[in-house]
Design a protein around this ligand. Structure first.
Ligand SMILES: [Zn+2]
Length: 420
């Protein structure tokens, strides 16, 4: 079945702009979930919209700020349900207050004036990804806020998919289960998603930049905290008594391989990253994160950090050094490998829409990393936004339109998969 995707232009762009105007910025360390009340403003809008779209089962878990919708299958035969998840919040990195999205038609490849009054210009030379969208239509900001296409471009695509089925009731589909969750940008890990209510035993998170990219693996991740005690006495009488925690901390840091740091690594290479080091003569604390795609290498990295701490403990005394490593999330590949149909179906849907699927190891974690280990396998499909988390974020409307087509194709493939 071929679809004229131009029909999606107006609904996806209108939706993204409408959602973008609602500030849903999340915040670190507020000590409550959702981390900000304002995420509820969008949740409520989406809940009402699901109802207007005629989605059979809708639910708004107000306490946890999670919105659910389930469009029931219109088939007589059983088939796998299709699960889709996107996040409500925008990153704390840039303001989302008073976002003023606008549409630039037929981009000509040049610099884009975002805000004439304030002289804010997005230079084509500074953002080489712009040249990929020559002749396309871009939704941009006024240069003072982020756009929040991360992840509202995904929400817009999902809603437009549901609208498509409302307007084309004869198109076959199985159960389509959607959920919108808060706080992805601040490590919320979709912790309050109720799997029973969601209704599908697998799902795709929709997030990430380039169109047609998908992700079936993330880092394994842990955090190490190295606490160092010193002995502080007057410098004049320190000989043989003083133990300077700053010296021990710097000794520890020098043991970490110099090139295995975020700024020197890419692709599937792992690293150690020193998040912070606070030190005085009396005490020091080093916070370190450890990342690797490969489980064995990851465990070796953890063991290496422990051995460095142990070496110093032997040199200075056990009482002076402690090392604590906490797991943060795990590579979801192990889980995704148990449901190979998910990636097969996704790749087929993308390529059936004329795009070459690109598998990209995700150098971070996603809600999917956590959901996968809690029993809901979740690979990720890109949303098509660019320059996320900043004031120069934009979304090509054609990417969102194409994503709607990919989702329709994916739903069709799922409707033909009996799960046997
Ligand atoms: Zn995101």
């Amino acid at each position: 079945m071929s679809i004229d995707i131009n029909r999606f232009f107006q609904p996806v762009s209108e939706r993204l702009m409408r959602y973008a105007r609602i500030n849903t910025q999340s915040q670190n360390f507020t000590g409550r979930w959702p981390t900000t009340e304002r995420q509820r403003d969008l949740a409520k809008v989406l809940y009402e919209e699901l109802q207007q779209l005629g989605v059979d089962e809708t639910h708004y878990d107000e306490q946890h700020c999670v919105v659910y919708g389930r469009l029931r299958s219109n088939l007589v035969h059983p088939c796998r349900p299709l699960g889709l998840i996107a996040h409500l919040d925008t990153a704390p990195d840039a303001s989302g207050e008073n976002c003023r999205p606008w549409l630039l038609r037929n981009y000509d490849g040049g610099d884009i004036t975002l805000n004439a009054e304030l002289g804010i210009v997005m230079k084509a030379a500074d953002y080489p990804n712009l040249k990929n969208y020559l002749g396309q239509d871009l939704i941009l900001t006024d240069g003072t806020t982020l756009l929040g296409g991360d992840d509202k471009a995904s929400i817009a695509a999902i809603m437009t998919l549901l609208e498509y089925y409302r307007d084309n009731p004869d198109q076959p589909h199985g159960d389509i289960c959607v959920a919108f969750t808060p706080d992805e940008e601040v490590g919320g890990l979709a912790q309050d998603l109720d799997f029973t209510r969601f209704g599908s035993d697998t799902a795709y998170t929709l997030d990430g930049d380039h169109l047609g990219h998908y992700m079936d693996q993330t880092f394994n991740a842990s955090m190490a905290i190295i606490d160092i005690k010193g002995v502080s006495v007057h410098t004049g009488t320190a000989k043989g008594i003083m133990v300077n925690a700053v010296d021990i901390a710097s000794q520890f840091l020098s043991m970490l391989p110099e090139r295995e740091r975020p700024q020197y690594t890419s692709g599937t290479e792992g690293f150690y990253h020193i998040v912070s080091c606070q030190a005085s003569c009396e005490q020091a604390r080093i916070v370190l994160i450890i990342r690797d795609f490969d489980k064995d290498n990851f465990l070796k990295r953890e063991a290496y950090v422990r051995s460095c701490a142990e070496k110093l403990a032997q040199q200075y005394g056990q009482q002076f050094i402690s090392c604590q490593i906490t797991e943060q999330y795990a590579n979801l590949k192990e889980v995704i490998d148990t449901v190979p149909f998910m990636i097969e179906h996704l790749k087929k849907a993308i390529s059936d829409c004329g795009i070459t699927p690109v598998c990209e190891p995700f150098r971070g974690g996603t809600d999917g990393s956590s959901l996968s280990y809690r029993g809901l396998p979740c690979p990720n499909l890109s949303a098509g936004y660019e320059n996320a988390h900043g004031r120069f974020e934009y979304v090509p409307v054609q990417s969102m339109m194409k994503n709607v087509e990919i989702l329709i194709r994916l739903a069709e493939i799922y409707s033909q998969d009996s799960g046997i």
